[in-house]
Write a new protein. Structure first.
Length: 165
């Protein structure tokens, strides 16, 4: 019997700093060093068509975070980049994934200087998201997430607005 580790409630939050995740095959490890991952809402759910494809799901759980807080170990050299030009802004998004198991790892966009967008499905516990982007594109059956800011299309209404992630 495999060990089932998918229940976030079984993980003691005090043991999640740093927060460590891996891709499905274990070739890629990602470590986040940030003491506030579980003390306040972090990250966002994105309903854009591209995030849905990458996630293979109705929504993607993303975290925009400073590059220096993230360590990515690519043990077998399987991290590959797909340059995605089919974005709302036309600005390319670098979508990184494990080329062995297909697990999405991170996205890199020009508008987020010094930051990466981590694909949070890799981690044993996903911090409570603060917002939903492309909220207008939600499926009707999805239900509501209480306490999450809703951004109609883009995540931020300010200078970051040119890149759906
Ligand atoms: Zn992998
Ligand atoms: Zn998106």
């Amino acid at each position: 019997m495999p060990e089932f580790t998918g229940d976030p409630k079984r993980h003691d939050k005090t043991s999640l700093n740093p927060l460590k995740g891996s891709c499905l095959c274990g070739s890629i490890n990602v470590t986040i060093n940030d003491t506030e991952l579980f003390t306040k809402r972090r990250g966002h759910l994105c309903h854009c068509a591209n995030c849905r494809k990458v996630a293979g799901s109705y929504v993607a759980a993303n975290l925009v975070i400073e590059e220096e807080k993230v360590k990515i170990e690519d043990h077998n050299g399987t991290l590959k980049e797909y340059k995605d030009y089919e974005t709302g802004s036309g600005n390319p998004v670098g979508r990184f994934f494990c080329s062995t198991c297909g697990n999405p790892v991170k996205s890199v966009v020009g508008a987020y200087k010094g930051k990466v967008i981590l694909k949070m499905g890799m981690f044993p516990v996903i911090p409570t998201p603060e917002a939903e982007s492309f909220a207008d594109h939600k499926h009707e059956w999805q239900g509501k997430h209480e306490g999450m800011a809703q951004y109609k299309i883009k995540l931020f209404a300010d200078k970051h607005a040119d890149s759906p992630v």
